[in-house]
Design a protein around this ligand. Structure first.
Ligand code: PGA
Length: 244
């Protein structure tokens, strides 16, 4: 079984949504595989409608941590849940770097997502500088701990995913080698097991995943699937990743 999540980011025009979603829905999946499409929020309803008769489910790329109120421009997890979506990406490195999503905000967003009965896809990952400093496991550990802190009980009873996305591999064409990714995934797994008492949590890899590197990455023991950016904007590439 593998999980294939698509992060369209701020791409795709209204006229392109149907073709992209139905192209992915039409791809034959094995019963145990799971596909999660995360379009820009303006397309969430359409994506939910287009996938309602399929195994494909829909997620938002971001939600605010308050339920409602005077927060111009934001959307709440409850809105996303009522539309029929099931996942929310939380803590993507672009949100951390460009929109000020710090550890405290991410922690609140994880809780808000769970309170709306949505499943968070919690993203963690080190920058190139942090990797080269050699101490990036401390960075990853602190990202995990700060995202889940205080919510361990509710997370234990919920579905959620972790996505390991090295920042230096996102959108750069520079993918982590299967060994590099496996080492980090094994580390994340052991940390999660100690926090969540052996609960089985799927860990996705993200960062320049393509049809040409997906197969080898997925062979790694602790890689349970992918969070795909650029290559998820093409039916041919994303379905090739799903077949890899
Ligand atoms: P990429 O993006 O596949 O384009 O590197 C991955 C992500 O940011 O989720």
């Amino acid at each position: 079984m593998a999980i294939y999540a698509a992060n369209w980011k701020m791409n795709i025009l209204p006229s392109q949504v149907q073709e992209l979603v139905t192209g992915i829905v039409d791809h034959k999946l094995s019963d145990s595989d799971q596909v999660i499409l995360c379009p820009p929020s303006v397309y969430l309803q359409e994506a939910v409608n287009l996938t309602s008769q399929s195994q494909v489910v829909i997620g938002a790329q971001n939600t605010y941590f308050e339920v409602s109120g005077a927060y111009t421009g934001e959307i709440s997890a409850k809105m996303v849940a009522e539309l029929g979506a099931t996942y929310v990406i939380v803590g993507h490195s672009e949100r951390r770097q460009l929109f000020g999503d710090n550890d405290q905000i991410i922690n609140k967003k994880v809780l808000a997502t769970l309170e709306a009965s949505l499943s968070p896809i919690i993203c963690i990952g080190e920058t190139l500088e942090q990797r080269e400093s050699g101490d990036f496991y401390t960075v990853l550990e602190s990202q995990i701990v700060s995202a889940v802190s205080g919510h361990e009980t509710v997370l234990s009873a919920a579905d959620f995913l972790i996505a390991y996305e090295p920042v230096w591999a996102i959108g750069t064409g520079k993918v982590a080698s299967p060994e590099q990714a496996q080492d980090v995934h094994a580390f994340i797994r052991s940390r999660l097991e100690s926090i969540f008492n052996e609960k089985k949590i799927s860990i996705l890899y993200g960062g320049s995943v393509k049809p040409s590197n997906a197969g080898e990455l997925l062979l790694q023991q602790d890689i349970d699937g992918f969070l795909v950016g650029g290559a998820s904007l093409s039916v041919a590439d994303f379905t090739a990743i799903m077949s890899a």
